[in-house]
Design a protein around this ligand. Structure first.
Ligand code: DC
Length: 225
């Protein structure tokens, strides 16, 4: 049997990267790794352990204490769940406070370097689909397949709003859109590993197509293995 592929899926937030990668992983028998979870895990650690008197994250303190951040994924019922120093934090990393602070943490070079090995180790044996912002450009430049996902800001805001509404969170679409715009800006303009399409990535704009159609498009580019 030929080696299972390594697939990199990058792109803007709320383009469905993670949920689509999860489904493709199931269909093709690959491991799915949501790398955004790692940045969220570090942010959660910082909010617990490295804040100043105003409860804001103290980045210097975080960087000094990075070696205490032991993040690992464990396979629970076929899904990788994130553990921080032995505690399952899969639910906590989705808290709004984490979402609001994660871009600030993710732009730090020390944080990115610290997480690089964890990501590369997972891909070493092949058979993985990894989603994030810099997978095709920095983490796995030799991935067998690279995709870059985008959609209009209005459509992404609409999707995110519906998701939050379903989760019972009170918000409005304009607030959601502003949060999205600010995260896009920080992610795309940061100095280290900014969010951008790799030269050899296939661009997928799913503004006007649904999840199934997006999955179909991606699968049609992947050769049988
Ligand atoms: O995909 P997400 O929303 O869970 O990502 C959370 C944050 O982490 C987001 O601000 C971008 C950042 N991130 C990154 O910089 N590089 C990655 N490979 C994945 C996520």
């Amino acid at each position: 049997m030929t080696k299972k592929p390594v697939i990199a899926i990058d792109g803007f937030s709320s383009t469905g990267k993670s949920s689509i990668s999860k489904i493709i992983a199931k269909k093709l028998g690959l491991i799915h790794m949501d790398t955004g979870a790692l940045y969220r895990g570090v942010t959660y650690f910082a909010l617990q352990n490295c804040t100043d008197e105003n409860r804001n994250i103290d980045i210097q303190k975080l960087i000094t204490n990075l070696s205490q951040v032991k993040l690992e994924f464990q396979n629970i019922d076929g899904e990788l769940q994130l553990f921080l120093n032995g505690k399952n934090i899969n639910r906590e990393i989705r808290f709004p406070q984490v979402s609001d602070n994660v871009s600030q943490v993710a732009k730090e070079a020390d944080v990115r370097n610290y997480l690089l090995k964890t990501q590369r180790d997972i891909a070493e044996k092949g058979g993985v689909i990894m989603d994030g912002r810099d997978i095709g450009t920095v983490v796995l430049p030799n991935a067998d397949y690279k995709f870059f996902m985008t959609a209009s800001q209005d459509e992404r805001a609409r999707r995110r709003f519906l998701e939050l509404e379903l989760a019972g969170e009170k918000t409005d679409i304009e607030t959601v859109k502003q949060n999205l715009i600010s995260r896009d800006k920080i992610d795309s303009e940061r100095e280290v590993s900014p969010l951008k399409q790799a030269d050899d990535a296939i661009l997928i704009d799913n503004t006007n197509i649904n999840k199934e159609e997006t999955i179909g498009l991606i699968l049609s580019s992947i050769k049988k293995f």
